[in-house]
Design a binder for this molecule. Sequence first.
Ligand code: FE
Length: 230
Amino acid sequence: MTESRLTRRRSLERLGGFLVTAIGAAGLKTDSSEGAGPAAVASGEVSCVLTPEQTEGPYYIANEALRRNITEGRPGAPLLLRAFVVSASTCNPIKAATVDIWHADAGGVYSGFGSGAASRTFMRGIQRTNAKGLALFRTVYPGWYQGRTVHIHVKVHLGGNVVHTGQLYFPDAMTDAVYKKAPYSSRPNRDVRNADDSVYRNGGKKSLVSVKKNSAGVYVATITMGVHRS
Ligand code: FE
């Protein structure tokens, strides 16, 4: 190892230590905040369990844009994803975690691959959690692709480490309702539902979003992800 690499490594280690300290302090500050935390767990508002790790699959692209709206104008039923990140050991919200999501568009296509290869960015984006542990994304209800049930891929990064890789799922009855309408209705029926999905079967039930359609016609999907800090 060269001297400069050693120096760089040392400064990264120092930076790492600083980040852990900063996040630790932020964690203490949010202990009594509303939204998540033990009180929210007691009330049933938040379930504090370790969210199961699931494969990132073949379509991950790192370092996507920091943006809330990831649709790039592509069609679909508007979906607001509310992703809460909490500590699986304390149930407290984790502030300043980076949440990275990617999913197929309404036509079942991923940017960067296949017929979506011309663009490497639609339906991909990154948001940082606020003091309540919340990261918000504006997107569309994902379309299906062959061999998989409907899902959104997710990674949670903390202090430069990936602390969670998983997939979020949708209640089948909700998907059935959404897919009755354009643009989803022009495609054949999906070939796999949650119970038959090889990835969902390994704990996917814990990553099922709760979805409600609001008065503006937006599907609001909420999930709480319990992660370990390292
Ligand atoms: Fe996928």
